[in-house]
Design a protein around this ligand. Structure first.
Ligand SMILES: [Zn+2]
Length: 502
């Protein structure tokens, strides 16, 4: 059935294009959000939610039952110890993290659960290779966590798998869906069109449905994915995608239009491309969550020699002034709290960023971006803190590698879910409070028939992937293995008592 545009749709365009009819179960896209039923945004607003990793620790059934134990640390900002009648602390509001709370135990006796105490300074000395931001512990009025993954490069084998599965494309990444939906805003690079009924030459033709026919739906070197992919991304909790990349024009100008139709119909904001008939449409998209408004801006280094006569894809480097100018304009807007740039850039299969990447990152950060999250090399490139000319700190992740692909060698199947934490102060200013990551990989199963994106951990491995990722990203910022059960990792764990690194 046709899908209506809802009030939360936040693509800023000249006019909404014709709605697309998806030949899929509409419940898969509306209401959007995670497979757990309710939306993760909604969950993030529930004051009583306490992440499993925060609730530590001691269930004290005797001695101090009925009141907070004296030995437990108290937040000096808290006027008095919380009691059973107090509102349960909201983990999103760090100023309220303190002391202890009480719950009814299974025996009916009150149990006291100690929780971490929020600190104003990092707890103890930090490891040398810990990526930390100087305003990590500054208290604000709200914090959000953004999750970002790399390239969705859905090769032939993966498309066939999706068409075999009742959960379609989610079959590929259902193992990490909790890591995506746990964040307040989740991002991916959608590398290729989702152009219904468009063949390899960019012409309309009868749509084959969910079939890999290699004419309408195809893999390398000219990708096109069935639009159910977009519905699946929404169901998995993705909130924003880049559409500017070297495969943007794999179905020509009409393919860009049809892809946008699919995204609009699914209410999934996109950035970096525009329709033929919307030549002055903005390149950016907006996400609003927890009172923080983020503008996202994607660009690409090229479009694989496909001519872009109508200027439908934003280029990163054609004019060095373009990206800083666009960012500056967004950063000056009063209704935008933060700008994140997602460039598709760099040398394929190289772990080191080139000078051009560094220059663009610095230029857009100087212009007001709070983070730069890159893709395209198909392997991980490092992350670092960069400082703007006015002293603001920003995160640059040069390349996230592949999120889902058929590329088999170790670096190309090794990636991360990146978590970026933002804090907003009383005056509305937003700053980076930290960054963490969870290692992930694409596991192959059953004589190369099935591919699954899965997390990698210290215990169950795969060991070589784990070591490869940790070698590139460092150990201290790896998120511990208890996350993913409804809450993202803390991005500034050093600002809480009991801080340890992996
Ligand atoms: Zn690419």
């Amino acid at each position: 059935m046709p899908l209506e545009l809802g009030p939360r749709y936040s693509q800023e365009t000249e006019a909404m294009p014709t709605l697309l009819r998806l030949d899929a179960d509409p419940s898969a896209v509306s209401p959007r959000r995670s497979p757990q039923g309710d939306g993760h945004r909604a969950r993030a607003r529930i004051p009583a939610r306490i992440p499993a990793r925060v609730v530590v620790v001691s269930l004290m059934l005797a001695g101090c039952a009925g009141r907070p134990c004296e030995s437990e640390a108290q937040d000096p900002a808290a006027p008095s110890a919380p009691s059973t009648s107090d509102k349960t602390p909201n983990p999103r509001e760090p100023a309220r993290h303190s002391g202890a709370i009480e719950t009814a135990g299974s025996t009916g006796s009150p149990q006291t659960i100690a929780i971490e105490t929020r600190l104003d300074e990092p707890a103890g000395p930090l490891p040398d290779d810990y990526l930390a931001f100087s305003r990590a512990c500054d208290r604000g009025t709200r914090e959000i966590t953004i999750a970002a993954v790399g390239d969705l490069l859905i090769h032939r084998e993966l498309q066939k798998q999706a068409f075999r599965s009742p959960t379609h494309f989610r079959d590929l990444w259902s193992g990490v869906e909790g890591l995506i939906s746990a964040a307040d805003v989740s991002y991916a690079n959608l590398e290729g069109p989702t152009a219904q009924g468009i063949d390899r030459r960019g012409n309309p033709r009868k749509d084959p449905g969910m079939v890999f026919d290699n004419r309408v739906y195809s893999g390398y070197a000219r990708f096109n994915y069935h639009p159910i992919l977009v519905a699946d991304l929404v169901t998995s909790g993705f909130d924003i995608v880049s559409t500017a990349n070297n495969h943007s024009l794999d179905r020509g100008p009409l393919g860009v239009d049809r892809t946008i139709d699919t995204l609009v119909a699914a209410k999934l904001p996109y950035t970096g491309t525009r329709r033929q008939d919307q030549q002055s449409a903005p390149w950016h998209a907006i996400t609003h969550v927890e009172g923080i408004t983020i503008a996202w801006l994607a660009c690409t280094l090229h479009t694989n020699y496909q001519e872009d006569a109508l200027g439908q894809v934003l280029r990163c480097f054609d004019d060095p002034k373009t990206m800083p100018r666009l960012v500056r304009k967004l950063a000056r807007r009063k209704d935008i709290d933060a700008v994140i740039v997602t460039p598709h850039w760099g040398k394929e299969y190289k772990h080191e960023p080139i000078a051009k990447q560094r220059r663009l990152a610095q230029a857009v950060i100087d212009a007001g971006a709070i983070a730069v999250i890159g893709s395209h090399p198909h392997v991980l490139q490092p992350w670092e803190k960069m400082t703007a000319s006015d002293g603001r700190e920003a995160l640059t992740m040069f390349s996230l590698g592949n999120f889902a692909s058929h590329q088999r060698d170790l670096p190309r199947r090794s990636s991360v879910v990146l978590y970026l934490g933002l804090t907003q102060g009383e005056d509305g200013t937003v700053w980076v409070n930290g960054a963490r990551y969870v290692p992930i990989t694409v596991r192959m199963e059953g004589n190369k028939a099935n591919f699954f994106v899965e997390r990698v951990d210290a215990q169950s491995g795969p060991r070589e992937v784990y070591e490869h990722i940790e070698g590139l990203m460092g150990a201290p910022n790896r998120a511990d293995e208890s996350i993913g059960a409804g809450a993202p990792p803390r991005t500034n764990p050093q600002c809480y008592s009991g801080f340890t690194t992996p």
